[in-house]
Design a protein around this ligand. Structure first.
Ligand code: BGC
Length: 822
């Protein structure tokens, strides 16, 4: 018996009720024969369902402990007696996350900055092949949640604030992953656009916004044949995403015709009967609700066994598509680390986004390339990736300092200064009595070490106390206050990818306090645990900070040019509270660029950053988290071995008060557990355009080392869409990359809210000096359509519409009008 899905969801809304017409669509194109989409399970799957016991069926619907774990996130045991193999599920978006080495690719936001779906496909191919080589069957990636708030901790893991671009890239990446035989899992369905309160926040969104903004990427993933979908932690319209019939059944199954399976995010299940009825198929990583509880529910009749069969059918159907049930799956390949590294390098160069370049400060040539002061902690530490589940153990990673030094070559002088201390310096014997060893305190397994002493502060000052430790977190009391309490629950697992570990691998925690002059009581207890531990106490004070800045300033003065590395260390599980650079980096940039105006700031940040210091600098290069080859890519761009190929996939705000979610806690981060997407369809650059607010840098912005002119715009109708043709000419003296962008204005015929303009299409171009190219960009009818909540359908925006062509959403060079007809 096949259950019916005629239920209407009880979604709360900002304006009108959501109900989605139950029109199933085709499952979309098939990337490869074995990886095609489609909801129909074949006779093999039906035969297996007939032979599986209830216990066996249930074992396929939830995670369990892997007896042979490779450190991956999830495991589902198979049913060997029927030839059903186990599934191993690994993160993640920037490479395969197991405990072994893998290619640490640049963060997805850097990939997206290349505006190049073909590159996204190759990025997916690297992960697909490595996942299979590393014993995995399912990849927990890509993430396609839209960049809605600049504070969101996972903005580096996803693509863009623009739904068209995000959709193109997610589809290409999924085709790349699945073409290698690894099952992709698009995540997190849906509206997991922030980390703050992600486990509980209730998102209230109107139907038009839901479809036009957040869902387009997921729909593109389904069209590309994604095998699995991961439900989000948050609620949508009062119901958890993982038990939300509107999302999981009405939209995903009935409207989009998704034939794969839906798993929860980790520990995101909240019920048994409601969840399976709503369309959830698999609980991860354990069986709290879909294990024994599901069995009792079936036995007691509160869950029809047909629901269990339906979920099993969806899992097995995907396994069958990938050849996992009949042994037709290709043998696992060997890793190709060299090919992975080559793609990692190419992506980092292609996505490198040059935001500012005054007086051709970059590329570094002549004296500027021979006398360089490298400044900043991330100049000497490779900033490979963000934290959380997207963290990958890289094969290798150079520091930018080494890469710059070797590129500058013999005869060049490259100095290094820290500028901003992340890990602290030993507390001097004069301040701590009794003194602590500067090498650290070793504590043998099973032993407990205690310390009681006095910290004497000569003058009232801001102190950052830093602990480095290898095992269980030591307890450090200052005047009786526990400085580093262990937060309960899952949150503790997340800390930044870089700053939470010292260069030698010890865990690091910091606490900044204003300390009064005089004596302070210090008590420390550290346990050796089973493996013993090492403990170090470090400190950063106003005086050490001033010293670090003074050294950087002196080095900047002594050099011809400066490359200053600034960072922001993001992770899932946490949002940042400001878009300003953390710590004292702003002051460092001000001081260094005042000392040497030929200062280039390289940003290794997760997302947008405010730059009150911008005008003092010569150049700003956004590299995000550039992966294991990031140092070479950065050096290649700085020295002009390649053109900076990236463009912003999100608007950069001037400050914390001027961006789409500023100033209204109901909009972000939510009030009383509820968050309203009251900006409606005006996400990202649409919000800036609608309100006439100037961003610091607009969506699509990025400079080349050469210059381009646009002319000859013509627009023709193309079925229900449009075709814009224009010429782009490289007017400079070097080869370069341009990302030509087409934007489209509103339809006069729709009585619906529409954006001032939306991205209609784009083309990444590599042009030699003097080369001109005629470019044609298709604007699809979907992009010309709006979601009509009264009809619960897309409606084509007919009539005369303006088209612009330019180099960013704020740099529109050509425009014309064209008639759109149904
Ligand atoms: C994340 C998912 C990830 C999962 C498994 C969760 O915390 O939200 O994106 O796939 O963990 O590691």
């Amino acid at each position: 018996m096949s259950p019916t899905f005629s239920r209407r969801s009880a979604l709360r809304l900002v304006g009108g009720a959501i109900a989605v017409a139950a029109a199933a669509t085709s499952a979309g194109p098939a990337p490869l024969a074995h990886a095609e989409s489609g909801s129909g399970a074949g006779p093999r799957v039906e035969g297996l369902i007939g032979r599986l016991t209830l216990d066996e069926k249930i074992s396929l619907l939830h995670g369990a402990t892997d007896p042979d774990s490779l450190g991956q996130a999830g495991y589902v045991p198979g049913v060997p007696r029927l030839g059903i193999p186990a599934l191993r599920l690994a993160d993640g978006p920037a490479g395969v996350r197991v405990t072994r080495h893998a290619t640490a690719l640049p963060a997805p936001v850097l990939l997206a900055s290349a505006f190049d779906p073909a590159l996204a496909r190759r990025y997916g191919q690297v992960i697909g092949r490595e996942g299979r080589a590393l014993g995995q069957d399912v990849l927990l990636s890509p993430m396609v949640n839209l960049i809605r708030t600049p504070y969101a901790g996972r903005n580096f893991e996803t693509f863009s604030e623009d739904p068209l671009l995000a959709g193109d890239l997610v589809a290409a990446e999924i085709r790349g992953i699945q073409g290698e035989g690894l099952i992709a899992t698009v995540k997190h369905f849906a509206l997991n656009n922030q980390e703050k309160d992600r486990q509980s926040v209730d998102v209230v969104v109107d139907e038009q916004t839901l479809h036009e903004v957040e869902l387009r990427g997921f729909e593109a993933a389904v069209e590309a044949g994604t095998g699995a979908v991961m439900g989000a932690y948050n609620k949508v319209g009062g119901t958890y995403a993982c038990e939300n019939p509107m999302l999981l059944t009405d939209i995903l199954r009935e409207r989009w015709g998704f034939g794969g399976w839906v798993m929860t995010d980790w520990f995101a299940a909240h019920s048994t009967a409601a969840a399976i009825a709503a369309g959830l198929d698999m609980e991860m990583p354990d069986g709290t609700y879909f294990g024994a509880a599901l069995k009792s529910a079936v036995r007691s009749g509160s869950v029809p066994e047909a629901y269990v069969d339906r979920a099993v059918r969806r899992v097995l159907a995907v396994m069958d598509r990938f050849g996992l049930l009949d042994g037709s799956v290709p043998a696992r390949p060997a890793r190709d680390a060299k090919a992975g590294a080559a793609v990692a390098l190419e992506v980092a160069k292609a996505g490198a986004t040059l935001l500012r370049n005054e007086h051709r400060a970059l590329p570094l040539t002549g004296a500027a390339a021979r006398s360089i002061a490298v400044v900043g902690p991330t100049g000497s530490l490779p900033f490979v990736s963000g934290g959380g589940s997207a963290h990958v153990v890289p094969d290798r990673a150079d520091s930018p300092l080494d890469a710059i030094g070797s590129r500058a070559g013999r005869g060049a002088h490259v100095s290094y200064s820290l500028g901003e201390d992340l890990f602290g310096k030993p507390v001097p014997a004069s301040a701590l009595s009794p003194a602590l060893s500067t090498e650290g305190q070793g504590i043998a397994a099973g032993q407990t070490w205690t310390y009681e002493g006095t910290l004497t502060v000569a003058d009232a000052d801001e102190w950052t106390l830093v602990i480095h430790y290898s095992g269980e977190r030591p307890k450090v009391l200052l005047d009786g206050e526990d400085l580093f309490p262990v937060a309960p629950g899952y949150g503790e697992y997340f800390s930044g990818g870089l700053v939470s570990a010292a260069p030698d691998g010890l865990s690091v925690r910091r606490r900044t306090l204003d300390l009064a002059k005089g004596a302070h009581k210090v008590e420390i207890t550290a346990k050796g645990g089973t493996g013993g531990q090492l403990f170090r106490l470090r400190r950063i004070t106003g005086a050490t900070r001033a010293q670090d800045v003074a050294e950087a300033v002196a080095a900047a003065r002594a050099a011809h040019s400066v490359v200053l590395f600034a960072f922001e260390d993001a992770t899932e599980g946490l949002d940042r509270t400001t878009i300003a650079l953390p710590g004292h980096q702003e002051r460092l940039i001000e001081a260094v660029s005042a000392a040497n105006p030929r200062t280039t700031v390289v940003l290794n940040t997760s997302s947008s950053t405010s730059m009150p210091w911008l005008r003092r600098t010569a150049a700003v290069l956004q590299m995000y988290y550039p992966g294991q080859e990031g140092a070479s890519a950065t050096a290649a761009v700085l020295f002009g071995d390649c053109d900076p190929g990236g463009r912003l996939t999100q608007s950069f705000a001037v400050d914390d008060a001027h961006h789409p979610v500023a100033g209204d806690p109901r909009r972000y981060p939510g009030l009383d557990g509820t968050e309203e997407y009251s900006e409606g369809i005006h996400a990202g650059y649409r919000w800036y355009d609608a309100g006439g607010v100037r961003p610091l840098f607009p969506f699509g912005h990025g400079l080349s080392y050469t210059s381009f002119v646009y002319d000859g715009l013509r627009v023709r109708r193309d079925h229900h869409g449009l075709r814009a043709s224009f010429t782009v000419r490289n007017t400079g003296r070097r080869a370069g990359i341009e990302v030509a962008q087409v934007y489209v204005g509103p339809s006069p015929d729709l009585g619906l809210d529409q954006a001032v303009r939306v991205l209609g299409g784009y083309e990444r171009l590599a042009l030699r000096a003097g080369e001109r190219r005629r470019v044609t960009v298709r604007v699809a009818s979907r992009t010309l359509s709006s979601w009509d909540a009264r009809k619960h359908a897309w409606v084509l925006g007919t009539g005369r519409r303006t088209l612009w062509v330019g180099a960013s959403s704020g740099d529109l060079r050509l425009s014309t009008a064209a008639e759109v007809r149904a």
